[in-house]
Design a protein around this ligand. Sequence first.
Ligand SMILES: Nc1ncnc2c1ncn2[C@@H]1O[C@H](COP(=O)(O)OP(=O)(O)OP(=O)(O)O)[C@@H](O)[C@H]1O
Length: 304
Amino acid sequence: MGDVIELEKLTKTYGTRRGLVELDLAVAEGEVFGYLGPNGAGKSTTIRLLLDLIRPTSGRARLFGRDPREHAVELHRRIGYLAGDFVVDPRQRVGECLTFLADLRGGVPRTRIEELAARLDLDLTTRIRALSKGNRQKVGLVQAFMHQPDLLILDEPTSGLDPLVQQTFLDLVREATAAGQTVFMSSHIMTEVEAVADRVGIIREGRLVALDTVARLRDRARHRFEITFTGPVDRAALAALPGVSDLVVEGGTARFFLSTDPNELIAVLARHRVASLQASEPDLGELFFAYYRDTEAAKEASRA
Ligand SMILES: Nc1ncnc2c1ncn2[C@@H]1O[C@H](COP(=O)(O)OP(=O)(O)OP(=O)(O)O)[C@@H](O)[C@H]1O
């Protein structure tokens, strides 16, 4: 299988402001690629460059081996795109709007639109202007998925959706990949990306700072624990555990990070009575931190 997206030193500056700096990236056919980064990192800039909505300052992008500028019409037929700021005519009814967009793409069976709308709990008879932000986002999702494009490019697809609808969205992504479609989705929420993505790229200040499988990135991250004991905290035993850092004990509660598997922690806990235990998944900030810590440590080691 070839690469559907190939980016080489793709760079965009807005006047003197950096948008994207020398991005090298390849996304394979059938892959779900999660593109993560905080606000202003350069996610939308990358996506707009892919679609030829803006032009690169230097470097190049290829979609299906083709230049997005020269082959825009042909490429756009093969792409389902959800913009971060999806806007449609507010006077139209949802059904009219979707049929109009479907016709632009050479037609989509009415049953496909109805099925997607039903799954997302979207009323086709409502006028766009009367929709909440979340329901507008659903219109954006239906129009991106409805023609079963080879490549889905989704900019913050779950923004404004409630958790139930987010799950439906993830199902749609899984079905798309089962059908051989490729998905490139941006997000600033790690959990939704890790649920479906094969690989994740993390972008910060216009630069790709991490690129790996979800499993390997998560292994690098530290998990945060908060454990309340019914008796006194065995601080020494916790501090001696491999992978424990930033241990803070307050009353009967211990808070710390763990960067290894929890087996030895569980062995310590088994010797005490635990009133409550919370283990949180590493958030994006944690992941950045873990990544930088490792790369800095690797650089130090290679210097030594
Ligand atoms: N049209 C523009 N003119 C000037 N600067 C811009 C323009 N568009 C984006 N930028 C700048 O480029 C940088 C990257 O912005 P971009 O919108 O790509 O980030 P993002 O990762 O999509 O963030 P968000 O999650 O907030 O949408 C930011 O510093 C932003 O201010």
